[in-house]
Write a protein that binds this ligand. Structure first.
Ligand SMILES: [Zn+2]
Ligand SMILES: [Zn+2]
Ligand SMILES: [Zn+2]
Length: 135
């Protein structure tokens, strides 16, 4: 049997790659990554580390297939949304109180000042100007 000559596919790029260019994971004994992908996608990870435990085993695989399956970000966003809703519900009554207080303050202020600028003031001022111009 000479199946080895056909090569194997890299888990990340799915390219048919020569066995010597692949790093086999000793943990799952299934996944293998080519050196190009390790260098390109996991620059922080050495081929020795991939051999000890591949990115897939470390739940760190960023290949297209794995990213589609996992999507942990969706869960994160849901949690964030829940937290935001909770925060909003907690803050809302406080905000309403603040608004009510501000309204009350405005009412008090107008009551104290009375009605300082009346419409008649403005019109009489206009009238005097008009008189002066016409005259
Ligand atoms: Zn690859
Ligand atoms: Zn593995
Ligand atoms: Zn993967």
């Amino acid at each position: 049997m000479h199946t080895a000559e056909k090569g194997l596919t890299c888990h990340q790029c799915k390219n048919l790659t020569d066995k010597v260019n692949l790093v086999f994971c000793s943990k799952c004994t299934k996944k293998r990554y080519c050196y190009d992908c390790i260098k390109k996608w996991y620059p922080e990870t050495t081929s020795e580390e991939v051999q000890a435990a591949c990115p897939f085993c470390m739940e760190n695989c960023n290949c297209k297939a794995c990213l589609r399956v996992k999507r942990p970000s969706d869960k994160d966003e849901n949690v964030k949304l829940k937290q935001l809703q909770y925060l909003l519900l907690k803050v809302l009554p406080v905000l309403r109180d603040i608004c009510a207080e501000q309204n009350r303050e405005l009412e008090v202020e107008t009551a104290v000042r009375g009605v300082p600028v009346t419409e008649s003031d403005i019109t009489s001022c206009d009238a005097s100007i008009n008189e002066r111009i016409c005259w």
